[in-house]
Write a protein that binds this ligand. Sequence first.
Ligand SMILES: [Zn+2]
Ligand SMILES: [Zn+2]
Length: 141
Amino acid sequence: MEITVNELIDRCRTVGLRRTKALEQLLSTLLESPRPMTLAELAESPLLADQCDKATVFRLLQRLENHGIVRRLGLHERAAYFTLLLHGRHHDYLICTRCGSIEPVKAACPVHALEEEIRKTTGYRDLYHELEFFGTCPTCA
Ligand SMILES: [Zn+2]
Ligand SMILES: [Zn+2]
């Protein structure tokens, strides 16, 4: 199921975020990106560069993160990546602890069977997970 920017904006409005051009452009950029993006990449991306400064992008990201719309990945502030938290579109990631690079795990995710079991035994609904694996990438090794 494809998720549209308008659906994301609806989610934002239900948690009390104001619809602004910057918010719209940020959500579109994250939605179209095939991988998580850093604050710098987002601030310099074509849609956002003319729209607002880095501090504004950061504030928006923080708000989206607080409301569970955006997920922050990575090790620390300087090497943080941001991605949309979407049900049914999860990725598990590999993160290099030296250079901070990030890539999705290409193997089929084995955690879904566990998820199913947790759902049955706990009665939780809308379960999801995202994993982060840490190590040294081939370039840094
Ligand atoms: Zn590395
Ligand atoms: Zn997974």
